[in-house]
Design a protein. Structure first.
Length: 220
């Protein structure tokens, strides 16, 4: 964290030289913020962090050698650890969640207005996580979808007999009919009959859909 007598030190990590230059020009003109250094790849981040001691790192995701998720995880393991804002064009759910799990304090898209990027730098330096509104909405939608899928899956499995649920769990574990029969002490023909019944009751087409339903229900 920056002290009261010095500006916030920002490290810019991006493999696009034009992006680094644009961010540098934008931030260096802001009172209380100083661009301490730049790096063109995640592989350069540890040395750059040692040299520049940043308070905040603006981190790209996709870079040639070491990606931003890996670099973020490495930075957050340091003591003291700078705050990291992922700044990217790739806003898939997987990227967002991986970045946050790696320890990023913010996730912004590269089309974020300059004033909001500046505000994000100040806020994460003060210990306040920041997500762009679009990212917040995506996470909310994902959470709602996952919650709905869980409830629907549990309700569906509730229509099955206890023995059929045992077969569902075994299918989700990747077991063959013979392996299921051996584990549940039933013949292969009986296993097949249970699978057929499960497909009919749940209006599913194949074993893969059974496994996915089990996953949604939290069985795997």
């Amino acid at each position: 964290m920056a002290g009261v007598n010095r500006p916030l030190r920002v490290l810019i990590v991006d493999d696009d030289a034009l992006v680094r230059a644009g961010l540098s020009m934008m931030l260096d003109g802001v009172h209380g913020i100083s661009v301490a250094g730049e790096a063109a790849d995640g592989a350069e981040v540890p040395e750059a962090a040692d040299r520049h001691a940043p308070d905040v790192v603006l981190m790209d995701l996709r870079m040639p050698r070491v990606d931003g998720i890996t670099a973020t995880r490495a930075l957050r393991g340091r003591d003291p650890a700078p705050e990291v804002i992922v700044l990217t064009t790739f806003d898939t759910d997987e990227n967002i969640l991986h970045a946050l799990r790696a320890g990023a304090s913010g996730f912004l898209l590269k089309d974020t207005p300059p004033a909001q990027i500046v505000e994000a730098v100040r806020r994460v330096a003060a210990g306040e996580p920041i997500l762009s509104p679009r990212i917040t909405r995506r996470l909310m939608d994902r959470a709602a979808t996952q919650a709905g899928a869980y409830e629907r899956a549990r309700a569906a499995l509730g229509r099955l007999s206890p023995r059929e649920n045992d077969v569902v769990a075994a299918i989700a574990a990747g077991r063959s009919n013979a392996e299921i029969g051996a584990a549940l002490f039933m013949s292969v023909a009986t296993v097949k009959a249970h699978v057929s019944s499960i497909l009919t009751k749940l209006d599913l087409d194949n074993r893969t859909q059974i496994a996915l339903l089990a996953h949604d229900a939290g069985l795997t």
